[in-house]
Ligand binder design. Structure first.
Ligand code: HEM
Length: 326
């Protein structure tokens, strides 16, 4: 592997993968004690917290690993953007990445519902309403889809099998494509073909060196998540009260919630659709062959405007009292 691929910014994809494996490991332990029934779900998490040996730590690691996966996937995507690594021939892998980001977002949403506390219940309420707004497309989210089976149980299935299963398949494809195209060349060094680094431009290191670094990062990450789990335990509210709205969703959903405050529920759908569509079309509309961010003022300008909009909408929700949402 070219030397630049061992820099921290170029290992963010690997760190995302490590967070994902930590989520699978801690998730497997949690499903042994979690009950996906509306009557018992919230209480079963309390039991995990108080009566299962190490339960609170495992739950905390699961919660913090989800945050780590989301943040590292975003930072990984920003690195790919800044180094122009989504350009030909890596457009397909960019699209797979966009799909995985959507699935990670959906996993965080379904995980929030599983707590079956006020926050989870209100998140589900939004989901059911959005489902009905989407008509036929949202049918899966309607309670009528499977009358005998509660929507909580179906979202549980999605959270523990469907979503991680699809992510796993996509991660394998993602890695195979990285192997096939090789790590993208450093944008400031002379490239050989557009696919890989010119051999003489930079020394190479064996792949095992990269893996050793990732293992070290993985151990450090596990330690950090463990400390966070002890110092800042995963949140859990009391059993939900239907018909009221008193919580805010997890922070990654704050920007669409500001849109909802302004324009109503459908703005969440349009906002998310616009965000993911913009990401998906990027490699196909940006045909500038330059890779280094300083030489791509238009792409950088558009990205900065998008980032500013997301940050402002997020901060606005942070400072808006929840009652406004009603
Ligand atoms: C969500 C889980 C994800 C995992 C586990 C993951 C993992 C990885 C890994 C290990 C690499 C090798 C290079 C590196 O580590 O920087 C990589 C490369 C790549 N990823 Fe991801 N990634 C994820 C999400 C994304 C997202 C959200 C995007 C973009 C929307 C993306 C687009 C790409 C592209 C285009 C490459 C090739 C880059 C290059 O060769 O420099 N990935 N990914």
């Amino acid at each position: 592997m070219p030397e630049h691929a061992n820099r921290f910014a170029w290992t963010l994809g690997g760190i995302t993968a490590i967070s994902f494996f930590l989520l699978i490991g801690s998730g497997i332990l949690l499903v042994q004690f979690y009950s996906p029934m509306p009557e018992t779900a919230n209480q079963s998490i309390r039991t995990i917290e108080t009566e299962v040996w190490g339960g609170s730590l495992i739950r905390g690691v699961h919660f913090w690993a989800s945050q780590a996966m989301y943040v590292s996937a975003l930072l990984h995507m920003i690195r790919i953007f800044l180094t122009g690594s989504y350009k030909k021939p890596r457009e397909g892998n960019w699209l797979i990445g966009v799909g995985m980001l959507g699935l990670v977002t959906f996993a965080i949403f379904t995980g929030t519902v599983l707590k079956w506390d006020q926050e989870g219940f209100e998140a589900l309420g939004h989901n059911v309403e959005i489902g009905s707004l989407l008509g036929g497309l949202g049918f899966w989210f309607s309670p009528e889809f499977a009358g005998q089976i509660s929507i909580l149980l179906r979202l549980y299935g999605a959270h523990v099998v469907i979503i991680p299963g699809i992510i796993l398949v996509l991660v394998v494809l993602h890695f195979l494509l990285v192997k096939r195209h090789r790590m993208s060349p450093h944008p400031l060094l002379p490239a050989g073909t557009s696919t890989e680094q010119a051999a003489e431009a930079e020394p190479t290191k064996p792949f095992t060196h990269h893996i050793r670094r990732l293992v070290a990062f993985g151990i450090a990450l596990t330690g950090i998540l463990g400390i966070l789990a002890v110092l800042l335990p995963a949140p859990l509210g009391s059993t939900p009260v239907p018909g009221i709205e008193i919580t805010k969703p997890p922070w990654m959903f704050w920007w669409p919630f500001t849109l909802e405050n302004w324009f109503g529920l459908s703005a969440i759908v349009w906002g998310e659709l616009a965000f993911f569509s913009l990401l998906a079309i990027l490699p196909f509309v940006d045909r500038n062959p330059k890779r280094w961010w300083r030489r791509r003022p238009v792409a950088m300008g558009v990205a900065l405007v998008l980032l500013a909009v997301l940050v402002v909408l997020t901060v606005l929700l942070a400072v808006t009292p929840t009652e406004v949402h009603l």
